[in-house]
Design a binder for this molecule. Structure first.
Ligand SMILES: [Zn+2]
Ligand SMILES: [Zn+2]
Ligand SMILES: [Zn+2]
Length: 239
């Protein structure tokens, strides 16, 4: 956290260096990113992502959207608009927060964006099929996504039983766990552990971790079998 002197923010352990939450999903032919965080540009540079077919969005909070302008580099190299898969609420925010990209008179060099509406129905990008899962972030509906046997859910503090059914059978899940103390719109670590047990997913990784949770090296050994703290640069394989 900017300006924070706490031991987590001051830690030299690379696993305590947490950029904002996002994932890259890749098949042999298709590359998708989930959310464009304020760190999007640096994350793409760090991972040397040369091609990007689409962005899919969970919700319009700034920590998941603010980096969108930097898709312009992919527009330049790929010579086409970037497809943005988002629900109605997130689409409205994208148009409101990046109005210059949707103006009639476009300034040269601005990002070229093509909005694609999604809702609760599965959709396909290239050869990747994606099933949206609607979860609750206090009162905001947020989309999680299932890709084959892998499910990604960030920014939730409640999942309805009908949506849990869409997650069950996953072999791996990434789920948000903010900190130990109760929070209005995020699962605590204990709540996230309980949610994973209810879902019966054998392998879980916790993300969207606050500095308030503590150091990676101190929290990791306290987690139940099959559950781990995610970290920046973590790579998983799924089918
Ligand atoms: Zn701190
Ligand atoms: Zn949020
Ligand atoms: Zn967030």
């Amino acid at each position: 956290m900017v300006a924070c002197p706490c031991e987590v923010c001051a830690s030299a352990d690379p696993k305590d260096k947490r950029l904002r939450s996002s994932i890259l999903v890749q098949s042999p032919t298709t590359t998708i990113v989930v959310d464009t965080t304020p760190d999007f540009r640096y994350q793409m540079l760090r991972e040397k992502v040369r091609r990007l077919d689409a962005v899919i969005f969970t919700h319009p909070h700034k920590d998941h959207l603010a980096g969108l302008d930097d898709v312009r580099a992919y527009n330049f190299f790929q010579g086409k608009a970037m497809e943005l898969y988002a629900n109605e609420m997130t689409q409205e925010s994208i148009v409101r927060e990046f109005p210059y990209a949707f103006a009639d008179m476009k300034y040269p060099g601005i990002p070229d964006l093509r909005l694609v509406r999604i809702d609760k129905d599965p959709f396909t990008v290239g050869d990747i099929t994606i099933t949206p899962i609607q979860v609750w972030h206090l009162k905001m509906p947020v989309l999680g996504f299932r890709f084959g046997n892998f499910t990604y859910i960030t920014d939730a503090n409640r999942i309805e039983e009908t949506e849990r059914e869409k997650i069950r059978g996953s072999e791996q899940i990434v789920l948000n766990a903010l900190r130990h103390e109760k929070h209005v719109s995020h699962f605590t670590l204990a709540e996230a552990i309980d949610e994973v047990r209810q879902l019966g997913v054998p392998r879980a990784w916790f993300t969207h971790v606050s500095h308030q949770l503590g150091k990676h090296a101190e929290i990791a050994p306290t987690l139940p079998p099959g559950m781990e703290l995610a970290y920046d640069g973590l790579s998983l394989t799924t089918y």
